[in-house]
Design a protein around this ligand. Structure first.
Ligand SMILES: C[S@@+](CC[C@H](N)C(=O)[O-])C[C@H]1O[C@@H](n2cnc3c(N)ncnc32)[C@H](O)[C@@H]1O
Length: 358
């Protein structure tokens, strides 16, 4: 059943225009900034080593300032204003919200009086007014917004399939139970529950509007092997030692380091001996320019926990949670993304995998 509002030509045209601008930003403006930075770095008396060194060289550059302005304001225009997503979906709230208020949906668990951790409602993440939790149509707004977050990818679909394949290969066997932490509206959970109907999958997310949409989609898929729960990944209330795989996609960078520590402990608790904890997220690597761009994105997209994740010692945090080793590998979100030929802007994707001792 449709969860988009009826087509509205001015809205569609405006969003198409923003997407064209974002593509221009990704493919042309970013390489121009990188090129200008390299020229400035070569001419500098000393090689830039830190984010601050990079900032001194490029922050006043006009092309960089265009780049930063467009990053902030294209996203703002996507969500806010007359033809923004929030207004478009909000205008149809009364017809859209009941579609996902599936009280008889056995795939959905919404605990009464659930209180999210304090960091969560304090931020309008992605510049989404009220965040992905604050409104009955917030899950649908997020779903629509996510279709154009990385415009070179085909609606993110392939990315989630690729990550699912990698996680399954790492596991090396058909899992009996999977927990997808920070499942959002179920995009990351769907390839797992669709890959085998013999695997039980639980998606957990703080945002009720998102898990409701995820459960609605699973009902449309007629999937019987999945459940979506409103809950905190740091304290899922799920049984210990039961899962073969605990996973998350783009969740760790949305929480403070102190919460990541708790999430890793919870992942370890949930896993059966020999099970894997595998997270897809962003680490900018050692290059100070890549860090500068990533931290700038964090500030401009209202995602303040990206730099602390980037700077934390993930291997040590995993050891404190009980894992004995952690493997961090770069993730190619689409064919050719990691090729030196690819000059376009991209997130610094990584797969963070750790095994619980057998
Ligand atoms: C960028 S979204 C990714 C959603 C989904 N995994 C995907 O790939 O489409 C991050 C999600 O993490 C959720 N989240 C943030 N902190 C969380 C926590 N402590 N426990 C559970 N979910 C959390 C947010 O509500 C949001 O839906």
């Amino acid at each position: 059943m449709r969860t988009d509002p009826p087509p509205h030509r001015p809205f569609e045209a405006f969003q198409e225009f923003l997407l064209s601008c974002k593509l221009q930003w990704t493919r042309n403006l970013y390489p121009e900034v990188a090129q200008r930075y390299r020229a400035a770095a070569e001419a500098a008396p000393a090689k830039p080593k830190t984010v601050e060194d990079v900032e001194k060289l490029i922050a006043g550059d006009t092309t960089y300032r265009y780049f930063a302005w467009f990053e902030r304001h294209l996203q703002k225009m996507k969500y806010s204003g007359r033809y923004g997503l929030a207004n478009h979906y909000g205008a149809h709230r009364d017809e859209l919200a009941p579609m996902i208020e599936a009280t008889n949906n056995e795939r959905l668990v919404i605990p009464p009086d659930f209180v999210p951790p304090a960091y969560y409602p304090a931020i309008d993440i992605h510049q989404h007014p009220g965040g992905v939790h604050g409104d009955s149509v917030a899950g649908m707004v997020y779903e629509r917004g996510a279709r154009t977050t990385t415009p070179l990818l085909d609606k993110h679909g392939d990315l989630h399939q690729r990550f699912t394949r990698i996680a399954m290969e790492r596991l090396g066997k058909q899992p009996k139970r999977i927990v997808d932490m920070g499942c959002g509206f179920g995009k990351s959970t769907r390839p797992f529950y669709s890959s085998s109907r013999d695997t039980e999958v639980v998606g957990v997310d703080l945002a009720a509007p998102c898990v409701k949409l995820a459960a609605h989609t699973a009902a449309e898929d007629q999937a019987r092997n999945v459940q979506f729960r409103q809950g905190d990944a740091a304290d899922t209330k799920l049984p210990a030692g039961n899962a073969d795989l605990v996973t998350s996609t783009m969740m760790l960078h949305e929480m403070p380091v102190s919460h990541i520590e708790k999430v890793l402990h919870e992942a370890h608790r949930l896993l059966a001996p020999g099970g894997w904890s595998i997270h897809l997220d962003f680490l900018a690597g050692d290059d100070p320019f890549n860090k500068f761009i990533h931290y700038g994105h964090s500030a401009r997209n209202n995602e303040p926990f990206m730099p602390p994740l980037d700077q934390m010692d993930l291997a040590a945090a995993h050891r404190r949670a009980g894992f004995d080793k952690v493997e961090i590998t770069r993730f190619e979100e689409m064919t050719g993304a990691l090729s030196p030929e690819n000059k376009a802007w991209r997130f610094p994707w990584v797969v963070i995998a750790a095994r619980k001792a057998a």
